[in-house]
Design a protein around this ligand. Structure first.
Ligand SMILES: NC(=O)c1ccc[n+]([C@@H]2O[C@H](COP(=O)([O-])OP(=O)(O)OC[C@H]3O[C@@H](n4cnc5c(N)ncnc54)[C@H](OP(=O)(O)O)[C@@H]3O)[C@@H](O)[C@H]2O)c1
Length: 308
């Protein structure tokens, strides 16, 4: 039996999507669970809904989120069952739209043009080509690779950095801490799409920002705790960074008094870069349920040792 314990508002959409794939599924919402001993598979968002010790038959936990950092820290998460994260073409497309939108806005001097209009000024703009604006992506996973392909298609020189060495068409790939400075010095726009782990927490700090070209732009759409906020403010003040586009924050919602809201060199969005559309990705979830019941490895299984 599958038990749904993710966002209650999304339950009808997930139920419809899963039942459309297999009308014989035994699927219940958390509140409807009468017999915990029959639960094989649990669907959650970014946390566990309560004590799972009575789910003796539980074989796997599936998250509807791509980022599982908070889920992995949940003390109620059983240590003996495999965890799968959400990978979905819609989610990747949505993240790529967000990043491409901001990269193109930078290329076409969107902020300068908006200010010029506010002041009623007809500004002559220098035309830049994508090939003049090298981009770097921290994290070449599901989302990072999709973004990389789309930026390559648009003609941007694309660099990527990951844990393990990679080969991707038309992307200059770097890996490991030793190659990080070499990667950073090529990035006029630096995009963070890393998972949040003990290794990557606070990774965007003063030391890292010293390596990017002066006047670079930062886009963080991964997790707020990747960024040391005070170091960002110092880098913007010194001109090391020209602008930062932030979708994620240490504290969410971003408190009303937070300086990021009104900073002229920071663009804030409220963690909306890529949101799982309820029901999208149901086929992989169903496949994972079947795999879990057969004792097979899950699709998009999280490596708990690595933390992503
Ligand atoms: N803002 C939003 O709306 C939103 C929506 C969805 C997801 N997210 C966030 O987006 C991020 C990326 O998600 P994803 O699904 O693309 O992740 P993923 O598939 O797990 O990819 C992670 C990438 O980061 C690399 N990496 C991990 N630790 C590293 C380290 N210590 N040093 C260098 N590289 C490292 C991995 O390297 P290897 O390839 O070598 O393993 C991999 O390339 C996550 O933080 C997630 O929470 C945000």
């Amino acid at each position: 039996m599958i038990l749904y314990a993710a966002d209650p508002e999304e339950w009808p959409a997930w139920r419809n999507a899963l039942m459309a794939l297999d009308p014989a599924l035994e699927l219940h919402a958390w509140e409807e669970c009468r017999n915990p001993a029959e639960v094989d598979f649990l669907i959650v968002a970014d946390r566990v809904p309560g004590d799972l010790s009575m789910f003796h038959r539980l074989k796997a936990v599936q998250s509807t989120w791509a980022g599982v950092n908070r889920l992995l820290q949940d003390p109620q998460l059983p240590t003996h069952v495999p965890i799968a994260k959400m990978v979905d073409a819609g989610l990747s497309a949505s993240m790529s739209e967000y990043i491409v939108f901001h990269v193109l806005d930078r290329l076409r001097d969107g902020q300068v043009l908006r200010q010029a209009q506010e002041q009623g000024v007809w500004r002559d703009m220098k035309k830049r080509r994508p090939r003049d604006l090298p981009v770097g992506i921290l994290g070449l996973g599901t989302l990072g690779q999709d973004v990389a392909c789309k930026l390559v298609d648009l003609g941007f020189p694309v660099h990527g950095w990951s844990q393990s060495a990679k080969k991707l068409d038309s992307v200059a790939c770097f890996s490991g801490r030793a190659q990080l400075p070499d990667f950073l010095k090529r990035c006029s726009i630096l995009i963070c799409l890393l998972p949040l782990t003990p290794d990557t927490q606070n990774i965007i700090d003063a030391a890292l920002l010293l390596n990017v070209p002066s006047g670079a732009v930062l886009i963080n759409a991964a997790r707020g705790a990747h960024l040391v906020e005070a170091d960002l403010l110092a880098a913007l003040a010194s001109g090391r960074l020209a602008h930062a586009i932030l979708d994620v924050f240490r504290e969410e919602p971003l408190p009303p008094e937070h300086p990021f809201w009104t900073h002229p060199q920071i663009t804030v969005s409220p963690h909306v870069a890529a949101i799982t559309r309820p029901g999208s990705g149901a086929a992989d979830i169903l496949e994972n349920y079947r795999r879990a019941c057969q004792g097979r490895p899950l699709l998009h299984q999280v490596d708990r040792g690595r933390g992503y």
